[in-house]
Design a protein around this ligand. Structure first.
Ligand code: NG1
Length: 491
């Protein structure tokens, strides 16, 4: 248990010394709410985005990751009222108001991808949490909701998790329920999958359990977070490649395909290690393979898993036929409960097969990097030596995302290269990739010069061509410190 979601009485409890800058935003949200619903909100709930420092594409394989919450967040104002769920946004031009019935069992309309679908995920998740963890489930009732989010969309900074977590807290708060942070993280992660992305639980966990001043090692099953104190001279700069990654829409060819490839790799490794096809088919994640490797090779740990990958998985992509022959069943039968994964299999038939060895190698190596990153932070080396080690680990992660996981894109490559030319010790894609943001490591004192240089080399031409605007630059390129996690605000 991570402790109850805090209920705060003043903005400073969430935002620290920066609270003053937030007052006008809360006022704007309050006034949009009263203009739309002719009443005052009962409370607010906020949840931040995050930047992942190390551990990419391994949360859904059960492995630990190391992100920090960022100051950009989504705030939801809520009040009980009416007999429908009315979901509005302060930016009503971009995000149209949507109305839903109050039945928590309704399906999320995946075919019509809309921003409000994330609210519906949260709404369903809130009731699932209540059913699982609370003796008395409240009667569903109408809710009036106004949202204001400033986490860049499709940027790999978890705008979706910020919306899902803040919405879930708002629904729970409206029903008078204060839940445990890790329970909300767990149910929010499950609920977000209703939009059709078979994602892991990192984003919701850090959004709920983030803390001012420290990054977190997030581990799963059960979800939990432990503090990671970053070297005092380390500054992390987030830069948006401006290539928007539409994760939900592209999922069958990208994100969800990787999740399927990892599971197939885990199954094929288990089979090669001597399990029957039937037993192999029940394996879900690469982490599940670790004890089987230990038993079979006589040595535990990630290096033994890598040895098994190299020994048992071939480099050429696996075909449907090859996998079905080895497993003795149609691949579809492995995914009967998951329409999103069935869609992957359907799309993959026309694609280039499944790259099992490359994906598994990335996952085990990346988890080694997570553990090493934490060990460096916890260790007693000088601050400069720590920076050098963290930079090496982060660069290796990016290299692996490019070469083995194939989740980069030309814009991210240009941006990481230019970031290093501009003085970053390391620069890597963060989040799912295929667009979105990079995170670069800088030594304190080098940041202003870096921001100016990257602005000239990467962004100036994009401002001139209208790709982004001068006034949006603070949202596109910024230094970030670990910020606090989600909260309910009664202000
Ligand atoms: P983004 O796309 O950055 O929100 C996604 C997943 C994470 C994790 C990372 C890759 C969602 C909600 N989040 O993050 O769980 O797998 O990719 O490390 O899909």
């Amino acid at each position: 248990m991570a402790g109850l979601v805090p209920v705060q009485k003043q903005l400073a409890d969430s935002y620290g010394p920066a609270a003053g800058e937030l007052e006008s935003r809360y006022e704007q949200l309050r006034s949009a709410f009263s203009k739309t619903f002719h009443a005052e909100p009962e409370c607010f709930a906020r949840a931040p985005g995050r930047v992942n420092l190390i551990g990419e594409h391994i949360d859904y394989e059960g492995y630990g990751v190391l992100p920090m919450a960022i100051k950009q967040d989504t705030i939801v104002a809520v009040k009980k009222g009416g007999d429908k769920l009315v979901i509005s946004n302060v930016d009503g031009n971009a995000y149209k108001t949507q109305t839903f019935e109050t039945d928590p069992k309704q399906e999320v309309d995946v075919a019509n991808h809309s921003w409000a679908n994330y609210f519906m995920c949260a709404y369903k998740g809130a009731f699932e949490l209540l059913e699982a963890k609370h003796s008395k489930v409240p009667e569903p009732c109408g809710l009036q909701i106004m949202v204001h989010g400033v986490v860049p969309l499709g940027g790999g900074l978890s705008s979706s998790a910020a919306l899902v977590c803040s919405s879930m807290l708002a629904v729970l708060a409206a029903h008078g329920i204060t839940a445990d942070k890790s329970e909300v993280a767990e149910f929010a992660a499950k609920a977000e999958r209703y939009v059709g992305v078979t994602s892991g639980g990192m984003d919701q966990a850090i959004s709920m359990m983030g803390m001012l001043g420290v990054a977190k090692l997030i581990e799963f099953n059960p979800v939990r977070a432990s503090d990671v104190v970053l070297p005092p001279n380390a500054v992390f700069v987030v830069a948006n490649s401006l290539a928007v990654s539409n994760k939900a829409e592209a999922a069958p060819r990208r994100y969800n395909l990787r999740v399927v490839e990892c599971r197939l790799a885990a199954i094929m490794m288990t089979l090669a290690l001597g399990a029957t096809p039937e037993a192999s088919r029940s394996v879900q994640t690469l982490k599940d393979v670790e004890p089987k490797v230990a038993e079979s090779l006589g040595s535990p740990g990630l290096d033994a898993c890598l040895e098994a990958v190299h020994k048992h998985l071939h480099e050429a992509p696996y075909t449907h036929d090859e996998l079905e022959t080895a497993l003795g069943v149609p691949l579809d039968s492995l995914y009967t409960g998951s329409p999103a994964s069935l869609k992957v299999l359907q799309v993959a038939r026309e694609g280039g097969g499944f790259k099992l060895r490359q994906r598994a190698e990335h996952v085990f190596e990346e988890e080694k990097r997570v553990l090493e990153f934490k060990a460096v932070c916890d260790g007693s080396a000088s601050a400069d030596d720590k920076l050098a080690s963290l930079a090496r680990i982060m660069n290796a992660s990016h290299e692996s995302c490019v070469r083995l996981y194939e989740c980069s894109c030309p814009e991210l490559e240009e941006l990481t290269t230019k970031a290093k030319e501009a003085g970053a010790l390391s620069s890597r894609l963060t989040g799912a990739g295929w667009g979105g943001c990079t995170v670069s490591l800088l030594a304190e004192g080098r940041v202003d010069e870096f921001l100016q240089s990257l602005r000239n080399s990467f962004y100036q031409s994009r401002i001139s061509s209208g790709h982004t605007k001068e006034e949006d630059m603070p949202k596109v390129l910024f230094a970030s410190k670990p910020s606090s996690g989600a909260a309910v605000l009664q202000i």
